[in-house]
Design a protein around this ligand. Structure first.
Ligand code: SF4
Ligand code: SF4
Length: 256
């Protein structure tokens, strides 16, 4: 800690540049696969190679459903062709539903600050670890007016990780019901978005939206802290959302 403080004083760099500027420090994000135009045979090979069903054939190529991608890199191998192009960046949060309707709904809800209740609904631990980073001095989310709260009664936003294991179904519902209105739900990670590698199964569901309404989805396995921060800024309308499904046509329009 002392070294970190001394370094900060010496270099003047204390927090991430991500607010108004792009954060370019190495290692902050694993990146994401993106939809691309491909011949039908190559598209079929990639659909076959993806273990989670995130890659689907579409007209003229492949589309990537970011909710299902677990960042296994099997589609981006150096040794196996064809390979899916990768995009850098970390602004991965997307509206969970129709863009126009979600924009109207979120625009009316909050000003600039939020109190956030975090819930582990059967996550493996990595999503929680990434979310926990947001309160450290580097990401410093307090600076943006975002604060964690231990009680749902004070929370504006419910941040949920995990596929919702059977044991967490009731706690999730109760937590959501205990929050005052207006309230918003952000599902973080492939598990919370779609069940990921754990669900649907004998012990877990297929994501948070099966039980409570989700407003914003932050894809990734796990999403890096800046992607989660992007999700919170989408909730308060300070950043535009990304896309849930990357298609050949919009891959160029949203290069990130
Ligand atoms: S990185 Fe994502 S899209 Fe690619 S194979 Fe793995 S799960 Fe599928
Ligand atoms: S999305 Fe990935 S990192 Fe997050 S809980 Fe699921 S398996 Fe773990």
């Amino acid at each position: 800690m002392a070294n970190w403080v001394l370094k900060g004083l010496r270099t003047g760099i204390k927090t991430s540049a991500y607010r108004s500027a792009v954060e370019a420090a190495p290692g902050l994000s694993s990146g994401q696969p993106r939809g691309v135009a491909l011949p039908a045979r190559d598209a079929a090979a990639l659909v076959e190679r993806c273990p989670t069903g995130a890659i689907n054939s579409c007209e003229g190529g492949i589309a990537v459903d970011q909710r299902r991608c677990v960042d296994c890199f099997r589609c981006h191998s150096d040794v196996e062709e064809p390979a899916v192009p990768w995009r850098d960046g970390y602004e991965w949060a997307a509206y969970a539903d129709d863009v126009a309707a979600m924009r109207r709904k979120l625009d009316r809800a909050f000003g600039r600050s939020l109190h956030i209740r975090f819930l582990d609904a059967g996550a493996c631990g990595a999503c929680m670890s990434e979310a926990r980073q947001l309160t450290n001095p580097y990401y410093n989310m307090h600076n943006l007016g975002f604060f964690m709260t231990p009680t749902p009664r004070n929370a504006d936003v419910l941040l949920v990780a995990g596929p919702v294991s059977d044991a967490m179904r009731l706690p999730l519902r109760k937590t959501y019901e205990a929050m005052p209105t207006p309230k918003r739900v952000v599902a973080i990670g492939a598990c919370a978005a779609s069940g990921g590698v754990f669900g649907p199964s004998f012990a877990a569901g297929g994501g948070v939206a099966e039980l409570i309404p989700v407003d914003v989805v932050v894809s990734g396995c796990p999403p890096p802290p800046l992607a989660i921060l992007h999700g919170l800024m989408v909730v308060v309308g300070r950043k535009p959302p990304s896309e849930l499904i990357s298609r050949p046509a919009n891959a160029e329009a949203n290069p990130q």
